[in-house]
Every structure is written in structure tokens, then in C-alpha cells.
Design a protein around this ligand. Sequence first.
Ligand code: SF4
Ligand code: SF4
Length: 373
Amino acid sequence: MTVLAKYAKDITYCTYCPRLCRFACPVTNAETRETVTPTNKMNLLELLRSGAVQMDAGVADIFYRCAGCLTCRAYCKWRIDVPRVMERARALAVEKGVQPECLNRHISTFAEQGNPYGKALAAKFNALGLEDRVDKTADTLLFLGCTTIFHFPDLAKAIVKLLDAAGIDFAVHGDADALCCGTPALYSGAHKDFESAARRLKSKLGRYKTIISGCPSCLASFSIKYPEHGIPQRAAVLHTTELAAQLLDSKRIKVREPFAQSAMYHDPCHLAKYFGIYDAPRRILSALFEPDRVFEFSWNRDKNYCCGGGGLIPVTDPALSKSITRKRLEQFYEAAPDILVTACPTCERTFHRADPDIETRDLIELLAERLDA
Ligand code: SF4
Ligand code: SF4
């Protein structure tokens, strides 16, 4: 299969690997079956490449059993990017029309509305009251991302508050037909729709020097996935935690007083593993909490563990997603801090869904509450 030729080296390395990253894969650990190990998912692709098996619904299902968490790569001597290859395998499934049926609505909503939430997303954006900042002339663009707009309006307002407190001149991205970066289309395998979203956004983003976002997947799309699909955009990307840590270090913002509670920080996969951003969030945490009130997961930084929300698994297999989340939360329950802190709207939503009794908060929202005006 010629479309897989580009990934031949990756597929071969994994196929003949003695499953060195198996122990770390959250999907393998949750399902406890060999078919879904990184090695065997890639081995199945090798069989497809050689023509020994054909793509059908059963084969496609295996390629959707990847959270895109990059934990295999974190332990891989050759730094093989398994999720990138799974994305291509999912595109082949969609081309054949054998993707999991439960994704069909997700795919058609994105194709029609340019986001996974449908028409309601534009109304949610309008309710933020940011229209004066849309298309404003500035060097910096705030790209909120669809999950923040839809589920976390208070986080959106907290980011705006932070930028205002630092005196940053910025515009807000508000194109009603392109409020999503395209990640949901990419992971579903609808690559034509992903590339249309990327092309549309590229023309909008190109006029800014810097794009700020609190969503690690938006940033990964802009700086990694768009170029992988031949649609590079020029602006530098900055996560809100990187920006906030810089602002604290330079004293452009100050924290009034630390929280009295304790906190445990969950590293979002894409933030830690695509971008290596794990020190900046901890610098913010140390400004917000007393040192003896900050807890760490043992799987942390660039060797963290998935929250269960990645790779569209909450859509394709909600029970699997919950099982991964439960595994992640074991240490949280054991340490029993007051707040679970993260820096990704998808992680926050996944934890909220799994256990609404846990106080799960975004780091920037906590920071905004404590800003010394
Ligand atoms: S990602 Fe690396 S460690 Fe994991 S199976 Fe492939 S080659 Fe082996
Ligand atoms: S990216 Fe995560 S879920 Fe996917 S194969 Fe690697 S470790 Fe498993």
C-alpha cells in the first residue's frame, strides 16, 4: 500500500521491537490484550501494507485504540511516533468507509460546521463578549479553541484577564466557521476536512507573529500537524502556561497570596511530550501554592500518563476512556490533595466527567483568581 510507504521505517521498527513500551501504553494496560499494544497495532499495519490483510471494520477498530498520548515514544529509543502513523491508518479507514459507526455523527458535524460541537459553538463564543477584540490589529492572536469556548467560558475569561493584566495587545480569533483547529477531524480520520480547516485558518493566522492558546492540541495542530500535512503557518505558538511563567518571572504580573489548599498537577500529554512544557506550569504552581502543598504523580513530566481523553477514545469507546482515567486518578485518591490542576481543556473535561466530586481546575484560572490587580 503506497500511502504507507512514508511510514515504512516506523512500522518496521515497531513490528520487530520486543514490545519495549508495552508497559506504558494506557490502552494496553486498560484492555489487557496484546492486539492493542503499540507493537501489534503497527504490526497490523505492516500486514495491511503487505496486502496480507484488508482494511475492514474489525481491522479499523484497532487503529482507533490509541489515545495519541505519545507515552510509547517517551520510552522509545528510536522516538517512533505511533499516533502519527495511527492517524494515517484512520484516514485509510475513512477512505474505505469502515471507521467506527459511532464516529459518523462527529465526522458529519465537523464537515458541516467546522467544529465538533455544531452551531451552538458560535453562540457560546458570542456570549463571551469578546467581539471588540475580533480582527483587531495586533501582533498577537489569542486562539481559544473549541473545547474551551464550549465547556469552559470562565477559563476563556481568565486567559483574557491574564493578558490584560500584563498589558499585552492582542486580537481574539473569532471566525464563526473556524473556531476549531481541526484536531477532532484529524483524529477521526477525516483528513480532507482537517486540511480544509488548516488551509482556512492558515490565511487568518498568517498575519500574526504569535498565537497564544491554552489548548495543547490547538498548538500541536498549528506547529506540528499543519506542517505534516503540507500546510505550514508562520506564527510562533505559545501556551498560556509558558506565557504566564514568563510574566511571573519578569514580575509583569504578581500573585496576591497563595491558596491555602493543596494541589496535584496532571501534565497534559501534548503539552509535555510534543512541547516539553512541564517546568513552566510548576513555576506557576509554586507561586500559587505553598511548597509542601504541591503533590506530584509518579508518572509525570514527559513520562506522564494519559487522562483518558485523547485520540477520540471518549467517543469511540467511553468505557475504555473511563478505565484509563480511573488508572490515572488512583494516585490522586491516594495522595488526597484538595485540587486536581491541569493545563488542557480536554484533560479538565475528562476528569470532570469521570469524577465530578474532584475539584479539577485549569492552572490559568487559578492564577487569574489570585492576580494582584
Ligand atoms: S514505539 Fe519504539 S519502543 Fe514502542 S514498539 Fe515501537 S519501536 Fe518499540
Ligand atoms: S500513543 Fe499512547 S495509546 Fe497510542 S500506542 Fe502509544 S502509548 Fe498507546
